[in-house]
Each structure stands twice: as structure tokens, then as C-alpha cells.
Design a protein. Structure first.
Length: 110
């Protein structure tokens, strides 16, 4: 048998006792085919899982975009309400200031 860097060559492997009989070679070939089929099924399964993950990621991104839009709308509504309250508060403070001024004038007249 020929050796290259501590490894058997393809020719020496084929000539080894493992492949002496055609039935052994056929058995190994069947095992090889079964392994290839299993790898193909596994690949398909992994591709399906990857596609499923991509679909989920897309749904999550769409949902996040909708939630962001909703949050922006709510923030805008909240700001509008806050501005309205600030205007009412300012008007009340102006009325209070005028009432205080009128009260001071009345006290001065007495």
C-alpha cells in the first residue's frame, strides 16, 4: 500500500479488505446514498426553518413599525392635550392675577 503523509491513498483504500467483495462495496454505496438522502432532507428542513424565521422576522418588523406609528400618534395627541391644558392654565392664572389686582384696588379705596 502507498502512503502519503500518514494517509492511505484512494487506490490503497479500495484495495483494502473493506471493499474486497462487491457486496461490501454495494452496502457501503447504499449507506452512502442513504446518508446523502438524509443530508438532503436535513438541508430542506433547515431551509424551511430559515424561511420560517425570516417570515417571523418580517412580521415582527411590521408589528414594530405599526407600534411605532401608534406611539407617535399617541405622543402627538398627548402633546396637543398638554398644550391645551397649558393654555387653560395660563388663562386661569391671568384671571387670578386680574382678580388679585381688582382686590388690591378695592382695598386701596377703603
Amino acid at each position: 500500500m502507498k502512503k502519503e503523509k500518514g494517509k492511505e491513498t484512494v487506490g490503497s483504500t479500495l484495495a483494502s479488505s473493506q471493499f474486497v467483495s462487491p457486496s461490501n462495496a454495494a452496502s457501503y454505496f447504499r449507506l452512502f446514498i442513504e446518508h446523502i438522502e438524509w443530508l438532503d432532507e436535513n438541508k430542506k428542513s433547515l431551509e424551511e426553518a430559515l424561511q420560517s424565521m425570516r417570515d417571523c422576522q418580517k412580521v415582527v418588523k411590521e408589528k414594530a413599525a405599526k407600534e411605532k406609528k401608534l406611539a407617535t400618534g399617541l405622543k402627538k395627541q398627548l402633546q396637543e392635550k398638554l398644550n391645551e391644558i397649558m393654555e387653560k392654565n395660563k388663562a386661569l392664572l391671568d384671571l387670578q392675577r386680574k382678580a388679585n389686582e381688582e382686590e388690591e384696588k378695592l382695598l386701596e379705596l377703603r
